[in-house]
Design a protein around this ligand. Structure first.
Ligand code: FBP
Length: 254
């Protein structure tokens, strides 16, 4: 088995993906956290016990917590980021690490955000093209957060524009793309169809009730997606293990 297959097989088990995302400290700032989940180790424990297939963090967290030597959930290293202080119409996610960093930190996949339709789209495409090319050399899978956003995108929630972003992820060579849910099984099926051989996972989004979140998860899976990358709906939950187990059941068993 090649390097790529070995790594991909860890984050994508039986064709299903369940990632725990904790890059919100960069993307949203500490406003998302309380006194417990502000500590990355609180979230790492949830990922390890909850059967997640990947833990998504920025380089600084993976490095400062010596992630690979202490935790068992495969590492998905985010290689770019931005703060929400910059206005959305000018949105750009800057490269913050290299494929070599991901290998050094023993990541099993790379996460990379692209704001499709942003005034800085061309630059983000160029930067990701370089990362993707090196990722092929090292045999490490790439996961693209494909978010239509910026001055030229009047409605980032429009299903057609989300399907376009998912297709862009395929065209750029992403192995998995993470998109926002379109709101219905039918429209999300079109997103999955647009992405073809690039597997589609949904973001969790801001905190919902357990029933709402699980209903959304069922719809995502019925549309033929591979799973989820979820943050706030798990580690902001008052019982993170319970919701993780229920999500696991929806993704892997239902
Ligand atoms: P959530 O499940 O908490 O929504 O996390 C998913 C995620 O993609 C994170 O990886 C990222 O930090 C955040 O959402 C970005 O959200 P947005 O840019 O839409 O505010």
């Amino acid at each position: 088995m090649g390097e790529f297959e070995k790594r991909f097989g860890k984050i994508c088990r039986k064709g299903k993906i369940m990632l725990c995302a904790m890059d919100q400290g960069m993307e949203h700032g500490p406003r998302d956290f309380n006194e417990k989940n502000i500590n990355p180790e609180y979230v790492f424990k949830i990922a390890d016990k909850g059967g997640f297939t990947g833990m998504v963090v920025q380089k600084g967290i993976a490095y400062k917590y010596d992630y690979a030597n202490h935790w068992k959930t495969p590492l998905v290293l985010k290689l770019n980021g931005r703060t929400e202080i910059v206005p959305k119409d000018e949105v750009y996610s800057a490269p913050l690490g290299t494929v070599k960093d991901a290998i050094k930190l023993e990541a099993d996949a790379i996460g990379y955000t692209i704001y499709v339709g942003s005034p800085h789209e061309a630059q983000m495409f160029r930067e990701f093209a370089q990362i993707q090319s090196e990722a092929m050399d090292y045999g490490i899978p790439t996961i693209v957060w494909a978010y239509p956003r910026g001055r030229y995108v009047p409605d980032e929630k429009r299903p057609e524009v989300i399907a376009y972003a998912a297709r862009v992820a395929l065209e750029l060579g992403a192995d998995v793309t993470k998109v926002n849910y379109t709101g219905s099984v039918e429209s999300f099926r079109k997103v999955v169809e647009a992405a073809q051989r690039t597997r589609v996972i949904s973001s969790g989004g801001s905190k919902l009730t357990d029933a709402e979140f699980l209903a959304k998860a069922r719809e995502v899976m019925r549309a033929g997606a591979a799973g989820f990358a979820v943050g706030r709906n798990v580690w902001q939950n008052k019982d993170p293990m319970k919701i993780s187990k229920e999500l696991h059941k929806v993704i892997f068993k239902d």
